[in-house]
Design a protein around this ligand. Sequence first.
Ligand SMILES: O=C1C[C@@](O)(C(=O)O)C[C@@H](O)[C@@H]1O
Length: 819
Amino acid sequence: MAPPRNERVFEPNASIVLVGCRGAGKRTLGFMGALHLRRRLVTEDHYFEKVTGLSRGQYLAKHGRDHFARQNIEVFKRMLDTNRSGCIIECGMSSFSEEAQDALRLYSRTNPVVYVHREKEQIARLMDAGDAQQLLEADGKHRNCSNFEYYNLYDPSTPPSSSGATSGASTPMSGRHPGPSKLLSVQESFARFLDIITGRGAAKAWLESPFSVAAVPPEFRSYSYSLRLRLSYLMDMDLEWEDFEARGDCVELIIDHWPDDLLNIIARQVALIRRKLGVPIIYHVEENPRGERRRPPDEKNTMDAELLELGVRLGVDYVSVDLQRDEALVNGVMRRRGRSKIIGNYWYMGFGALPWQDEQQLDNYRRAQALGCDVVRMVRFCSNDSPVEYLDDFRKRLRDAIPDPKPPLVAYDFSVLGVRTPLQTRILGPVKHPDMENERDHLATVSNSSHSFELLFRQFLLDPLQYYVLGSHVSYSLSPAMHAAAYDFAYMPHSFQAVPCSTLDSLNEICSADAFGGACLTAPFKVAIMPHLKVKSHHATAIGAVNVLLPLRGRTSAILDHANSRNKAGPAREFFGDNTDWSSILTCLRRAISPRNHVQPSRTAALVVGAGGMARAAIYALYQLGCRHVFVYNRSADRARDVAAHFNAWAASQAALASAAQQQQQQQQPVNGNRWPPPGGVNDAGAVEVCRVLTSLDVPWPAGFQLPTIVVSCVPATSADGSPPADFVMPLNWLRSPTGGVVVELAYEPPVTPLVAQMRALRDSMSPPWVVVDGLEVVAEMAIEAFELMTGRMAPKRLMKEVCRKTWEGQQQRRALDG
Ligand SMILES: O=C1C[C@@](O)(C(=O)O)C[C@@H](O)[C@@H]1O
């Protein structure tokens, strides 16, 4: 049996169209999407003007309504047609017309057309009451001419367009608490959605950083847990979203309740899970929810097909389908699944469930495989003891009967007391939050992810390991406290120590122990260790520095095997290196850059101070942010030149790769000028130059460039080689950006560096103000990512950030007492 053809996969580069009502946030998402996918943003308004030479208002005034309407639809169709690939297209109000909707429907056969919507009250706020009702009803029609939808949760701190107020980071050292910008989470959620519908998500993460949590989908990890959340519970939940952080490797959203406005309510809950928890989503429609009315079979099939279709439209990671249901319903989902993975279920819920020994179980698995399911889930209710051996035996028979590759299997028994033994299934074990009232959900009653994970150590399937921060000055490091708190949270018996060490020999001795789990590296190792690594992440190679070192301990040379050998002891002679410095800086910058200072590749200028491993990471973060004019200042200009040369060579190689890919696609010329991203400037010799060296602080900012809006200071407060600590302060005439900017000070020991003191002193005289991001914020992000790389588990981010601040405050108090 051939699996049903998937009708919803498009060319990876197919242009993505955004439709929806004014006020839904299409423009902001369009910018973010173009940035994330490195595509051109085409906006309908801009396109119209470009083609006709007049704005729409001018055109209407000049040519009258009928002529305008004809011209408008012509231009609309042409916009779609001439931009079939490589773009994000933002539609304006034209998409409300029937003719445009017909064109979109046709377009959606080859391209993603995304209906963007949000809380109706928020959209209505922007209109007068009469218009609002009519427009919102018409907006609903966008569902019928689109093939995806994105619920763009309204957030009061997110401005509707890319102009407006400044945002900032929490900076106790600078004394400002402006509240973190939510733009980062908007951007992350939309990026997740785009990654799924374009199919580049895990593959990209895998290529770039194979040990990152995002790189290995939960079904391919050695152990993973699925946090079950019922819609009925979410609509009236007794915990905060933050409480669910790191409580499961993915969330299973169970549609078990049919309130009014169901489709929009589900879309909102998917958006909330994506925004608040950032984990993959399994979407499951329950056939016979307790507490809901019984439905006749036809109604059931029609309604559930619509609900399952919604899951695919929302771009969830997994859609779960009961394979015992109507064949047309099952085949329909398989045909429409797009890039969502399918979990095919066989649930035996009642008494007399099919035993594991029955041949039919193998046949069930075979059918799921033949249908093209990505994961097969087999669950049995058992009223009395079902020996674990039966299930083990079933797995063995499966192994013998069906050759690899085959879809991963999730299989377990449950009783009224919950899942019988949490270790029955290695992957996607059903779990709950420990404090969650759970009388409605037998499957997860007894297990939560921490307890289940602890059991693996108790049963010696995993081993307690030693982790470190290593470098010549690590006594003040906050990492041990943050990692220890995360181990406690996840019930991991690991330890984390700061050990001063400054030679490669001593480093090697520590890392050669069987119980060595991994290390955060600091000076003098970040660059020096590079030649000794067997494997490096793509980012670490580009940067030329690492700060996380992991043992390679798999039994095969496959990286997945190594990634799945984390939390296990044993000899390791080879090592993997990754870099979390750059991504932490990037995260903090994204959070702190105000919409007004949104990076514009052709304009934005940034200054990096320093030329060590951290400065390299900062330059790379700026490049990833889109910045193409990075200036480096360092006391030793020669070192700065080396770093600049490294990145200019790297940027040239990127530009060459991009242009080869572009030629291959034979793209048409952009109609508007928003090419993303330009490869960088070209110097006199014709080479790509994204990085330039400044040799003095006593000169005016280089002519022809905007004043910097981003400054990242990477000079260590305490010098590793015994030279006096750096005392960098910004030349005042470099601080005159008319839109303010962001200063990231990476040093936090001592807390008030000369640069922080300067920014504090100037705080009241600078308008608009500069935001100061302190080193604590960055160091917490680094530890979070390092924890995830080292253990393969999601980090309890909020907890680690709290511990970071508290530990630092404790250190300050102790130091004050010691005089
Ligand atoms: O710079 C830092 C901070 C750090 O040194 C710490 O002490 O936590 C750990 C390093 O890996 C990281 O690059």
